[in-house]
Write a protein that binds this ligand. Structure first.
Ligand SMILES: NC(=O)c1ccc[n+]([C@@H]2O[C@H](COP(=O)([O-])OP(=O)(O)OC[C@H]3O[C@@H](n4cnc5c(N)ncnc54)[C@H](O)[C@@H]3O)[C@@H](O)[C@H]2O)c1
Length: 422
């Protein structure tokens, strides 16, 4: 991941032209007219979101109930801004101004009337529901109330809010100052005008908004499931070892990381939890069933890089021990029967998942492709990829997989063959 990315809205150079200065001043005026932004929870995500909003010119109040936590987060943001200034990525006076716009606080009572409040507390429904009920009582009726949840249904979070039309998801990716993507998630009761308002706002912050409904996993965490699941199943079935599967996806598929090394990086426990959440929320749809392979890794404490061992073993300096790909085997598998071709299996299932999401009306094809390119750095959007491969070809691959592995996981989306996405 490019942790050296530029501050949003900056040209990259520490010096500004007159035109840059005029644009900057206009952005600051617009942000100040919008009003303050409240951020609830000063952990990894809340602190990053506070930095992004302040960089875009908003006064930000960052609330955390743990004494000292929001003050500590503001100090860390200050250090990050100083690093950016030292590298010449932003002007030192701008860095100081951004920091000065963030006020730490320890209670929702300390929030001024805000244009927007973004909640980024731990992923617990009851906690979030309580915070939204309190925010709805304390904040003016026009304040947009957003949650950064990764997986909880927006309507459930808004359950105790009397005017849920202003509640939506703003799902930032980690780390927020670097990652361009924001999923703007609407619940059943969110008013479209608030969705557009929030999308325009995050676009003004230099982010790329994509819109989707509150479907399990939203776009990125839903469509990415088979990227991991197919690789795990290929290894589980003894078709190829992990290093060979990763090599195929990287070298022949163009993915920045192979799926198995990526799960070691994310953490097997974290990746399993996301997959399990999508599986539970889809009524335990076979398509998302966690693999025994991954459950056993987690049960054995093989959580990935953070525990020194996951799919691979890691030396103290972080290098992978062993894990040589079998290039000759890879050459035989790719382009062979779909059931044993890790690349074809993965692509077919990614395309199918993406097409299904669009066919259910949960997001547009363009937004799905944008989300996957920016959120996961796939080399192409899955819908574009499917069109290149031929949607009917993808349907035939999935039918072939269903014959090889019956049981309901491999179901071609009707939209692959009905012409709606051609
Ligand atoms: N970490 C990620 O990669 C990531 C990415 C996208 C979305 N998310 C989502 O963002 C949210 C926050 O995740 P995180 O990783 O920043 O968590 P975190 O644990 O790092 O931070 C949560 C913070 O909230 C504070 N908090 C707890 N109860 C509070 C309350 N009642 N009021 C105010 N603050 C309170 C905690 O003290 C903590 O500082 C979660 O919903 C998570 O699913 C996380």
């Amino acid at each position: 991941m490019d942790t050296d990315a530029r501050e949003p809205g900056r040209s990259g150079a520490a010096e500004r032209t007159d035109e840059d200065a005029a644009r900057h001043d206009e952005a600051m005026r617009a942000a100040s007219a919008f009003g303050p932004v409240g951020v609830i929870g000063a952990g990894a995500m809340g602190a990053g979101i506070a930095q992004v909003a302040a960089a875009a010119g908003h006064e930000v109040v960052l609330v955390d109930v743990v004494p000292g936590a929001s003050g500590g987060a503001v100090e860390k943001i200050g250090a990050a801004l100083t690093r950016l200034a030292d590298k010449g990525r932003m002007r030192a006076d701008d860095a100081a101004a951004v920091l000065a716009r963030i006020t730490p606080a320890e209670s929702l009572e300390d929030l001024p009337n805000c244009g927007l409040v973004i909640e980024a507390v731990p992923e617990e429904l009851e906690l979030k529901r309580r915070i939204f009920a309190e925010l709805a009582d304390r904040q003016p009726a026009t304040t947009v109330l957003a949650t950064n949840t990764s997986s909880i249904d927006i309507d459930d979070i808004a359950a105790d809010v009397s005017d849920p039309e202003r509640v939506l998801g703003l799902h930032f990716f980690n780390p927020p100052p670097v990652m361009a993507l924001v999923e703007v998630v609407h619940g059943e009761r969110t008013a479209p005008a608030y969705v557009e308002h929030a999308a325009a706002l995050v676009a003004a912050w230099g982010k790329t908004p994509v819109r989707c409904s509150s479907t399990p996993g939203f776009i990125v965490n839903r469509v990415a499931r088979p990227f991991y699941g197919e690789a795990q199943r290929v290894v589980e079935a003894g078709i190829a070892d992990a290093a060979t599967v990763d090599w195929i996806l990287r070298e022949r598929g163009g993915f920045p990381m192979g799926p198995l090394e990526l799960t070691d990086f994310i953490g097997q426990d974290v990746n399993l939890a996301v997959g399990t959440s999508v599986w539970e929320q889809t009524g335990r749809d076979e398509r998302y069933a966690p693999t025994a392979f991954q459950r056993e890794l987690v049960a054995a404490g093989r959580l990935g890089r953070k525990s020194g061992r996951g799919v691979y073993a890691y030396a103290a300096d972080g290098s992978v021990e062993g894990g040589e790909p079998d290039i000759e085997l890879a050459g035989r598998l790719v382009g062979g029967p779909v059931a044993t071709d890790p690349l074809a299996r993965t692509l077919a299932m990614l395309v199918n998942e993406a097409v299904d999401l669009v066919a259910r009306g949960e997001a547009s094809a363009d937004d799905v492709d944008t989300a996957m390119r920016l959120g996961t750095r796939y080399p192409k959007g899955p819908i574009e990829w499917g069109r290149e491969l031929g949607l009917d070809v993808v349907a035939s691959w999935i039918a072939e997989l269903d014959r090889a592995y019956p049981g309901g996981r491999y179901r071609p989306s009707p939209a692959l063959t009905d012409g709606s996405l051609a």
